[in-house]
Design a protein around this ligand. Structure first.
Ligand SMILES: *Cc1c(COP(=O)(O)O)cnc(C)c1O
Length: 524
């Protein structure tokens, strides 16, 4: 074994006899791919050894103002190959859009084109700093302005706040502009927000977070919202409605124009949740439908990575009535060079993020737009709808569609009716899908549908993949109905981990490694 100048081993297998590699760390394998169960870095290495060759520090404590560390650093000392292999092994335990279909409804897990990555890494975008003088970054301002132009053009709106960092953040930003607009009109006492009961949880959460009370609007038997139901819920206390279109049942709201008119007549604003914009981009302009504010998830519709691979970005387009209340900073186009407005004494909201938002996502999203062109975006939307309808057509009538077997938009929704009496739940069914090599669909959402399974294939998937997925789904359904519940209730059997206690993992996450050997293991 080779040693560095400190007499420390530099190769794999550095742990000498008696070191702390736990027994069995590499002994077991998981799944069918014979991957080792991967221990933590701290469990692989130990603090006594290091793969890095550094001379002893000659700086005395006086130089450090009394801040010289007196306790061990407690970092695992690993060689480069050990650290590298650790992360490569972990990555092989992961399922991602780069390894297979990801039919997670409402999430638009489309392919992230590599061209986006290439442009995002251009030094002129990647290496600029938010604090450098604005005069040195005209290209970045140009890009933000161009992206804003595309977003406003696609939606037929008057302004866009680029900085929100996710859809939910965009909702907050949009609702804050609505609140500011109403305060400016002397209507600040409107304190109710209407939310259909099929809404994404972030909608009522946003309203409640901003101090509004939420009034629920029921969906009708077709899974959409009636203008009559909205009218019944409207009143002088209503600030806004938050409506998703296409909605979370994968259906276009057919009465949206009438709903917008009724909302405006009552002096309220129309916040549209635009997370499902992938179904209509380039085909329908939400501004034409009467919306006042809508967030766009760049990480869904415009192909920037998300789902653990974030960060996302949730720009909000605004109608003319709300444009004066957009938050700073924003790019202003005048006669001269583009200006970055960072302070405003007008009606604009202050900052809702530090600096200028997710620049890397702006670059990726604009790359996607420019490489597709307006017609290409419309084609992507149509293909996404076609793919969802292909899946829906192949899976019905075996799978039960709560709102009929007619066409859907970009996602196909099923309930658990077809599993009745089988002893298999939606959760079991989704877990069995993992054993077949697919990421599960969205489960138990929207809440208005019993045991919901929401499947969004996106335009990325070729027909062969859709067919394979549908074959597997039909095979699983037949097996469940044939009484083979064991295939489901014990699943997944081929994944690195079986069923995790997700609630406990979310409620009491263990974020810090502690040396104590006796600590209970993380949820499994
Ligand atoms: C994804 C989604 C959101 C929230 O977006 P984030 O970027 O995850 O915050 C809101 N509404 C709907 C319908 C969504 O699908």
């Amino acid at each position: 074994m080779s040693m560095n100048t400190q007499g420390r081993p530099t190769g794999i297998g550095i742990a000498p006899a008696g070191a702390s590699t736990p027994a069995g760390a590499f002994a077991s394998t998981s799944g069918s791919s014979l991957l080792p169960n991967e221990p933590l870095l701290f469990e692989i290495g130990d603090t006594e050894h290091s793969g890095v060759d550094l001379p002893d520090a000659s700086i005395g404590d006086e130089f450090l103002g009394g801040f010289k560390r007196t306790t061990p650093l407690d970092l695992a000392g690993l060689t480069e190959p050990e650290a590298l292999r650790h992360y490569v092994r972990l990555s092989r335990l992961n399922y991602s859009i780069d390894s297979g279909m990801y039919p997670l409804g409402s999430c638009t897990m489309k392919h992230n084109p590599r061209l986006n990555e290439k442009t995002a890494r251009l030094p002129g975008f990647a290496d600029i700093h938010p604090l450098q003088p604005v005069s040195t970054v005209p290209g970045a301002l140009e890009l933000m302005n161009e992206l804003a132009h595309w977003l406003m053009t696609l939606t037929n709106t008057s302004a866009v706040a680029l900085t929100p960092k996710a859809g939910a953040h965009g909702e907050m930003c949009g609702m804050m502009t609505i609140r500011a607009a109403q305060a400016a009109r002397g209507q600040g006492r409107r304190n109710v927000v209407l939310v259909p009961d099929s809404a994404h949880g972030t909608n009522p959460a946003t309203a409640a977070f901003l101090g509004y009370s939420v009034r629920s609007v029921p969906a009708n038997a077709q899974g959409t919202v009636d203008v009559a139901a909205v009218k019944a819920a409207l009143g002088p206390d209503v600030a806004a409605i938050m409506l998703t279109n296409p909605n979370t049942c994968g259906l276009f709201e057919p009465q949206i124009i009438e709903i917008a008119a009724a909302v405006h007549e009552a002096g309220a604003f129309f916040y549209c949740d635009g997370a499902n914009f992938n179904a209509i981009m380039g085909v329908v302009r939400p501004g034409d439908l009467g919306i006042d504010a809508m967030h766009i998830n760049l990480h869904k519709t415009f192909s920037t990575p998300h789902g653990g691979g974030g960060p996302g970005a949730g720009p909000v387009v605004l109608s003319e009535a709300l444009a004066p209340f957009a938050p700073v900073p924003f790019v202003r186009k005048g006669d001269g060079p583009l200006a970055l407005v960072e302070h405003s004494s007008d009606t604009h909201l202050g900052r809702i993020t530090a600096f200028n938002g997710q620049m890397g996502m702006y670059v990726r999203a604009l790359t996607y737009m420019l490489s597709h062109g307006g017609d290409g975006l419309a084609q992507a939307a149509k293909d996404a709808v076609l793919n969802a309808n292909y899946v829906k057509a192949r899976l019905t009538p075996t799978f039960s569609a709560p709102f009929g077997e007619g066409p859907c938009m970009h996602e196909a929704l099923f309930d658990d009716h077809f599993l009745e009496g089988t002893g298999v739940s939606t959760l079991d069914f989704a877990k069995a899908l993992i054993d077949e090599g697919f990421h599960p669909m969205t489960m138990y959402f929207p809440l208005v549908v019993h045991g919901a399974m929401l499947i969004e294939p996106t335009e990325s998937e070729p027909r062969q993949t859709l067919d394979h997925f549908c074959d597997v789904m039909l095979d699983l359904a037949a097996d469940a109905r044939a009484g083979n519940a064991g295939r489901f209730t014990g699943a997944p059997t081929r994944a690195a981990r079986r069923r995790l206690d997700e609630t406990r993992a979310a409620r009491s996450p263990k974020l810090k490694w502690e040396r104590a050997e006796s600590l209970p293991r993380a949820a499994e």
